[in-house]
Write a protein that binds this ligand. Sequence first.
Ligand code: C5P
Length: 225
Amino acid sequence: MSPLPPVLTIDGPSGAGKGTVSRIVAHRLGWHYLDSGALYRAVGVAASWADIDTSDASALVRCTFDTRIRFVERGESLRVLVNDTDATDELRLETTGALASAIAAIPEVRAALKERQRAFRMAPGLVADGRDMGTVIFPDAPFKVFLTASAEERAHRRHKQLKEKGVSVNFDDLLREIMARDARDAQRAVAPLRPADDAVLIDTSGIGIDDVVAKVLGLLPSPEA
Ligand code: C5P
């Protein structure tokens, strides 16, 4: 039996830089990329399109099984199609993040997405970005990273990003939302946000993306080795 392709898991709270770092690292390595948060967000969007209430767990579980989610490369950008509709922009909204976080606390929703996530493990390798990649989805991954940054730093980054997009949000509201989401993700009964025992912790506060990428790539054997 051929060995399973390698996986590099990159977990951490929202705004720690996981998405950017994971995409760059995957590109440098020529590996596949899994944005697991996008799957939870996609279910959230599909549920809101279908007017499903976040308190209706059984309808949300059914929705998770029924929702078609596809990642499609269009030029430089990766688009996410939810039931064949491009939902990429809606996926990035703060309201969708909050919805995803509420849905992600339902154990059956997590179970329903497990195999879909594992299916991304393909040669030559996978960079998997999320909250429980190293603890639950790919516990056998040979390379695991946990990225952190203070809540203030993460709120500043998000504030700057939104401002650049012309979206005006109140910094204090953003900070409160980030802290509330962290607390929900860390305190939920299933797959709470925590580093895997064998993950390497990297605090990205005050460090530029290039340095974080270099640190992460430094964990993997060099191609010549
Ligand atoms: O990473 P992102 O902000 O897109 O994730 C949205 C939400 O989905 C998170 O706040 C978290 O509640 C949930 N999530 C999760 N497990 C993952 C990825 C995301 O519970 N592996």
